[in-house]
Every structure is written in structure tokens, then in C-alpha cells.
Unconditional design. Sequence first.
Length: 234
Amino acid sequence: MASAATLLMKPKVVRRISRPDVAAVKALGEFGVATVHEAQGRTGLMRPYMRPIYPSAKAAGPAVTVLSAPGDNIMIHAAVEVCQPGDFLVVTTTSESTDGMFGELLATSLATRGVVGLIIEAGVRDVSELTAMDFPVWSKAVHAQGTVKDTPGWVNVPIVCAGATVNPGDVIVADQDGVVVVPRESSEEVVKASHARITKEEKARERLRNGELGLDFYGLRVKLNDLGVEFVEE
């Protein structure tokens, strides 16, 4: 989806965007969706209906955004030209759609250009072929419904995909837990926060292995008491 202001703009393809630091993107991808989401204050998640088409799918990269008409993939074809190696294509539509707007042939084109994956708030098809190609895709639906190539749209403009705002060049992190968006400007700060969270979790994990209760070292026993919860024998 897009704002009313975007929809009033003339359809266009923006060729050049600012991209985040490559090392930051790599680190965020290694941390994964759950850690990154928590580290940036529980923000940036796309809605849970955005699922990987195969379980091992995992990728991270700067977003190239596409806003297209439902059931029309001409702007995805237009976006391929401006993608660079390491990019993550993010597609949404001007109104709700589950049509199969992406398949094996477009995936072949993107993979040839070094694109790391696709997020699409619509449908995909050719799932067995995409899986065999090991091309990571997160979609709203799997649907064999065909599409047309008739309606102009936008490439590399701000969009809202599955409830999350995505600006061109933002970092997309996607895995089995879903999809999270990290604003390009804060990507290095989120890397530091993710490091800190991993360290904290490692310490907590060790304490749990030693038999301590999270109820105690998280201070939850006191909180339960404050909430009026009583522990009784029967």
C-alpha cells in the first residue's frame, strides 16, 4: 500500500537509492528477525501472514520497493533493472491482492542480478521451482492465478507492506520468524543493540541451565505479588 500523496504522484522508477553499510546488513541477517525486532524496540515487523515459501528461507538486504496494481506485475519487471547485487525486492499493491504476481521466470531474472530475495504482499506461483532454485520468497499467498502487464506504478518510493513502512534502502531481514524492517539510518545502532541483546540472552541461558528460575532472576516473583497473584499449596 502507499500513502495518498504517493498515489497522486506520476508513476515513476527511481534508479538510484542510498543503501546501508554492507557489514551492518550482514550482521542483522545473522542475528535474525526475532533478535532484531526486540533490539529495535519491538518495531518494524510485517504482519504474520507474510510467510516463507520453504522453511529454510533466510535473507537480508537493502530494500528496492515496488508499488503496483493488484494482479499486474509490469512494475516488478521494471524494478529488476534497478536492482543491484545484495538487494531485497519488496512488493505491495495499491489494493489487496492474492494473485500470483511472481514466479520462476522473474526469480531467474532477479537471481541473475544477485538479488537475495523477494517480499511480496500478494501471491506467488511456481513454488516447487522457486524452492529448487533456492530463491527465498516471503508472500501473503500461494496462488496460480495469472496476472497482466498493463498498469503503471512506482519503483523505489516509500510503501507500506504488510503493515510495515518500507523506504528504499531500508534493511529487510527475513527468516522463519517472519520479516522485519530496519530503517537505513539506524541500521548500525540496531546492530549494536542486537549484539547487546545476544550477550544478555547468553547470560540468561546459562543461568537457566544452572537451574535458576526466570521467575527469580527476572524479578517476576515480586511482580506477580504486586499483581495480586498468590501461590497456594492446593
